[in-house]
Design a protein around this ligand. Structure first.
Ligand code: CMP
Length: 897
């Protein structure tokens, strides 16, 4: 069952530094963002492969062997066929009348269904369908497999009354159903969920196969969303991507070795690789490079109006491309230039705009900032704020993008000074009345923008003395002007109301007291506190003899600070970070916040330079020697997952969104910034992942181990139900660790149903097409939910590495917009408060209700759950893990040869 696995690129080079960031020891692979001295995201080999960052420096991976590809294909086809049999038998049982002779245009079509009726039926059958197109996608899966066939063999499924389809009953033996043991309802749910998962892909392929002029606005939106994840178009503006969506053509080739075009040919199209890879070969040099999924080629001949500079040959079977023909390519790129407006001041370009066509009337277009000087971008942002007399002011989303990313290109002091300047600006032209009106208008806009800034950053601005001083001054100025103060009170009242609804408490009395920017940001009582840069924390530092000293120092203390606190600065001491495998990194004196960036079992060591090589890990780094099975037996998976999620929420909420920006661009570049909360959250992911592997590898009893394995799968189910995707993936990655995957005897003991659930979830981890399966699943989620944080960080790193901060000395605002888009995802996830689940019987229970699988605990009853909650919380907050892959593999080999 675990055999089929997709290989991704084994990129071993840090795209930023060119350093080798892949440290591979046995099965351990650490992704280390050295540049930022951030914590390693420790992943199993598979995790790494799945998360590997694409870059132009990619190494050429070996193609999957035909065998592997065939196995994967067969594996999927078998599952689809099984699902089709279940759906077909349900249709025959419940609505056999849908299959009948149909007449259209004087012709009779024997024993078929109408496209529309099949969609209607499916939508009624299950409320998991949110739109008709989702159901269409599902039927398209069956059409693609040939199980459902259009009466005229059309390839695209159509949701229409007069398009008829037949089930290929005889060819596929659709009346044959297996697994009588399982209840039909469960089987139907599983089948639908498989088809729902596969539907979006089939739908997208179907849309791409359509003739471009037949694509609907929804179709274009689907393609556009897909394009967002392609490196080839990542640098293009939204409008260009939208235009591309309208003209892209799907092209596929079945056989490796097919020549797409030859060097010297006339250039007719530009290609993006959607699936597969190609070799680029030139006459003089032979194979010059290999291009992979997401890469593009064929632009040179079009741009330079020259012959093809290389021959392109398919490197594997079944490659899919998105093709743009020359005419469209030239038109769209030419349009980019034609619609670009450059604003100059004193002979220097200060702002570059792109006119975006919004559809509808010709005049309905909007300017999007592409790049500019920080001051000019700010000025433009103030211009976009619309003050309405009815109070419904409009703040353009790009203002949020600007504010979320300003630390990258406009430090706080510069922003405050510029805002101060705008607030005080006195127009030199016009009548007195006009001047007064203009000044008031500008002041109002500044206040609006600042209030929005405070709303986004909250207490971070209170802790930043430059910002705080500016806000205090502005507050006094605003208070002195009744027109402004009433406007601001109104705005804050609105925000406070929202906060109150979110928190469900507080009273409004404070609103009438002296105005305070931060009145809406009291620390929630009883919740995990956010770590601030200047907070003092305990540093535990070991010596070569494994004795330790502890000191209280600020989170952002530098290595130099630590050393001078501990030892005579004249002496030759160094601070070393070492993980449980004994890998050591000698820390530079200027490095800061080393404690926050420690990996799961990493520790700090103090020694003389000559002692570094002799350092060995301390005992507690090695992790536990015994499994905690006794405790685990006392806790039911649902309660554990629920407590785990509550704790994850606290960790997640303690993190400020802007920490993502600091983390990706390098915390040390931002004065007074901390990423400690984000790092703590990322560490939790690694810890959970290794906890799963550790517990399974330490459990020597086969029967208990199988029960434990089932328990972890069940936890994954609950995590998914609770929309805690971070821990869902942590558990799934733990289960896919090679030390766990090789435990065949344990996997064999799993009930079939559990195996099937695990397989279905494995699909969500499929890294192909930039984790499309996961992205589609998340796109449907409503907040609150916890996203899969390593993937978000990967996305942001991808954007950061692939785009410069400045273009022609101007801030590359397109990049900032892309960065802010991911940051806003986190905002969106937390836009609703998390409410812990009620203990009623949920889907998980139904899925795992077979009694033959022994329930580990009978403690799921509510009162006991409450009694146990504190114990469970205590347990899951203090997970002890082995994070040394070599050791885990040894343990795994010892329990199962
Ligand atoms: P074009 O000349 O239109 O067709 C061949 C394509 O191969 C070329 O555009 C580039 O997109 C792509 N290519 C990638 N690497 C190279 C290379 N080193 N030399 C030539 N072409 C390359």
């Amino acid at each position: 069952m675990n055999g089929a696995r997709l290989e991704d690129n084994k990129d071993k080079t840090d795209p930023g530094t060119g350093e080798n960031y892949l440290e591979k020891k046995e099965n351990t692979v650490n992704i280390i963002y050295r540049r930022t001295e951030a914590p390693a995201i420790m992943c199993s080999e598979d995790t790494f492969l799945r998360l590997s960052l694409r870059s132009s420096l990619e190494k050429t991976p070996l193609p999957e062997t035909e065998d592997t590809q065939d196995t994967i294909k067969q594996f999927l086809s078998d599952r689809i066929l099984k699902a089709a049999r279940v759906v077909y038998s349900t249709l025959m049982e419940r609505n056999p009348g849908l299959i009948r002779d149909r007449k259209h245009h004087l012709k009779t079509y024997r024993q078929c269904c109408s496209g529309k009726e099949l969609v209607d039926w499916l939508m009624k059958l299950n409320d998991c369908f949110q739109s008709r197109s989702q159901a269409v996608g599902m039927w398209q899966v069956l059409v693609d497999e040939g199980i459902l066939s259009h009466v005229k063999q059309e390839l695209n499924y159509q949701d229409k009354e007069t398009q008829f389809y037949r089930f290929m009953e005889a060819e596929f033996d659709l009346n044959h159903t297996t697994n009588e043991k399982d209840s039909k309802d469960d089987e139907l749910q599983e089948s639908l969920s498989l088809l729902v998962q596969m539907g979006p892909d089939a739908l997208l392929t179907m849309i791409l196969r359509k003739c471009p002029n037949q694509r609907t606005p929804e179709d274009l939106e689907v393609i556009y969303e897909e394009l967002l994840h392609f490196k080839a178009v990542a640098h293009l503006s939204t409008s260009v991507r939208k235009e591309l969506a309208a003209v892209l053509v799907f092209e596929s080739h079945a056989k490796a070795g097919t020549v797409l075009f030859n060097q010297g040919d006339k250039g007719t199209s530009w290609y993006i690789i959607w699936r597969g890879s190609v070799n680029v070969i030139t006459h003089g040099k032979g194979l010059v490079t290999t291009l992979h999924e997401g890469d593009d080629f064929g632009q040179l001949a079009l741009v330079n109006d020259a012959p093809r500079s290389a021959t392109i040959i398919l490197r594997e079977d079944n490659c899919h491309f998105l093709r743009v023909d020359k005419q469209d390519f030239i038109r769209i790129l030419k349009d980019v230039e034609a619609n670009t407006v450059r604003l100059e001041e004193h002979g220097q370009v200060v702002l570059v705009h792109l006119s975006t066509y919004l559809g509808g009337s010709a005049s309905s277009s909007k300017y999007t900032v592409m790049s500019g000087t920080p001051e000019k971008i700010l000025e433009h942002m103030l211009d976009t704020i619309k003050l309405e007399t009815n109070g419904a002011d409009f703040i353009d989303p790009s203002v949020t993008d600007f504010l979320l990313t300003h630390p990258v290109f406009m430090p706080c002091s510069q922003l405050c000074a510029a805002l101060q300047h705008h607030y005080q600006v006195e127009p030199s032209e016009g009548t007195d009345l006009e001047k007064t009106a203009y000044a008031l208008n500008t002041k109002q806009k500044v206040v609006k923008l600042v209030a929005h800034w405070v709303a986004l950053y909250g207490p971070l601005l209170r802790d930043n003395h430059v910002a705080f001083e500016f806000l205090e001054k502005l507050r006094e100025a605003v208070m002195a002007d009744s027109r402004l103060s009433s406007m601001l009170r109104e705005q804050l009242r609105d925000r406070r109301k929202t906060k109150i609804t979110e928190n469900g408490c507080h009273n409004l009395t404070k609103l009438n007291q002296k105005f305070d920017w931060f009145s809406a940001y009291e620390e929630p009582v009883g919740k995990l506190r956010s770590i601030k840069a200047e907070d003092k924390v305990l540093y535990e530092i070991f010596k070569p003899d494994h004795k330790s000293v502890t000191v209280m120092l600020p989170v952002d203390a530098s290595v130099n600070n630590i050393l001078t606190t501990l030892v005579d600065p004249e002496r030759d001491y160094v601070l070393v970070k070492m993980n449980s495998s004994g890998d050591r990194v000698q820390l530079k004196l200027e490095t800061t916040a080393v404690s926050a960036s420690l990996g799961v079992n990493e520790k700090l060591f103090l020694c003389s330079a000559s002692q570094v090589e002799q350092l060995t890990p301390v005992k507690e780094q090695l992790g536990p020697e015994k499994s905690t099975m006794d405790s685990l037996e006392q806790m039911c998976s649902k309660d554990m997952a629920s407590q785990h999620t509550s704790y994850d929420w606290e960790l997640f909420m303690a993190m400020h969104e802007v920490e993502l920006v600091y983390y990706v661009f390098g915390r040390e570049k931002f004065q007074g910034a901390t990423t400690a909360n984000l790092e703590r959250f990322v560490r939790r992911f690694n810890e959970t992942q290794y906890w799963v592997v550790t517990e399974l590898c330490l459990c020597e009893d086969l029967v208990k181990r199988a029960i434990l394995l089932k328990k972890f799968i069940k936890m994954a189910v609950v995590f998914k139900e609770l929309k805690n995707l971070n821990s869902f993936f942590a558990v799934m990655f733990g289960l896919s660790n090679s030390a766990v995957q090789r435990l065949n005897k344990t996997w064999e003991r799993l009930p079939n149903k559990t195996k099937r659930i695990y397989c279905a979830y494995e699909r969500l981890m499929d890294p192909s097409r930039n984790h499309r399966a996961y992205r589609l699943a998340v796109a449907k989620l409503s907040p609150p939910y916890i996203p899969f944080m390593p993937l978000l960080l990967k996305d942001m790193t991808f954007i950061h590495e692939g785009n410069k901060n400045y273009t022609d000395k101007l801030v590359n605002f397109e990049k900032m917009r892309m960065i802010a888009r991911t940051v806003k995802t986190v905002q969106q996830c937390r836009s609703q408060p998390y409410v812990p689940p009620s203990p009623q019987k949920g889907l998980t229970e139904r899925m795992f209700s077979d009694t033959q699988a022994i329930r580990l605990s009978t403690y799921s009853d509510q009162s006991l759950t409450l009694r146990n909650a504190a114990n469970i919380r205590q347990y899951i907050q203090n997970l002890k893990v082995i994070d040394n892959q070599k050791k885990l593999t040894q343990l795994s080999r010892a329990i199962e040869r």
